[in-house]
Design a protein around this ligand. Structure first.
Ligand code: PRP
Length: 211
């Protein structure tokens, strides 16, 4: 039996992913050690390998088959646009992709004005404004703390994730439009889905029973 390899998104989702796998009897003790700098973890008994990757790289590992299975947010799946099968909504990491800004920017969205949109998710922002709203905008790519952009006048609005809404509130911003709901998803390499179908389907069925 060959190893089945999992790429997990580092950070918020990783802990929840491991908790979910534990519920179906898949454990990886070494991975729980917070101080470890190790990147790959093996469960010899079940012939499984796990690695932690930057969230944005998980779809890449899965598309190329370096990982058979990935656990990653829907935001990353949409942004990366990789060729893979999205097989399950895991129900955790729930949040929303939204257009946000100061209340005063609401008008600018109504009249299709040329505005600047800052985002960590330029592809999602482009798709939303160009294909759904048919509004021509300038997209400005940022790498984090995106809420700063409208405050310091880098952009009129942002496209970003809203979970509790506290980052927006504490910075005097608000949700102006909702783009889509988000949550953690399981993705599978297209070839692995065929070659390892039995093992992957069993895993999916086991997970369905506990989710
Ligand atoms: C995310 C997101 C928002 C915030 C939303 O940022 O980009 O800034 O969380 O959460 P809230 O609605 O519960 O306040 P993250 O913490 O991942 O860091 P970043 O700003 O560096 O991207």
């Amino acid at each position: 039996m060959r190893y089945l390899t999992f790429a997990l998104a580092k950070g918020r989702l990783a802990k929840k992913s491991l908790e979910m796998f534990e519920k179906v009897g898949i454990t990886c003790e070494e991975m729980k050690d917070k101080d470890t700098r190790k990147l790959i973890f093996v469960n010899e008994e079940l012939k499984l390998k796990f690695f932690l990757a930057k969230a944005g790289d998980v779809p890449t590992y899965v598309e190329y088959g370096a990982a058979d299975i990935g656990v990653v947010g829907k935001d990353t799946i949409l942004e990366e646009g990789r060729k893979l099968f999205e097989v399950m909504d895991l129900g955790f990491g729930k949040c929303r992709m939204c257009v946000c800004g100061p209340e005063s920017a609401r008008e600018l969205l109504k009249h299709h004005e040329m505005i600047r949109v800052a985002s960590k998710y330029p592809n999602i922002a482009k798709d939303y404004f160009y294909n759904k709203k048919h509004q021509t905008v300038e997209i400005i790519k940022l790498n984090g703390s995106v809420e700063l952009a409208p405050i310091v006048n880098l952009s009129e609005v942002i496209v970003d994730i809203v979970e509790t809404g506290s980052t927006l509130r504490e910075n005097g911003l608000t949700i102006l439009e909702e783009i889509c709901p988000l949550s953690a998803r399981m993705v599978v390499n297209q070839v692995s889905m065929k070659m390892e179908n039995e093992r992957i389907m069993k895993l999916l069925n086991d997970l369905k029973a506990v989710i």
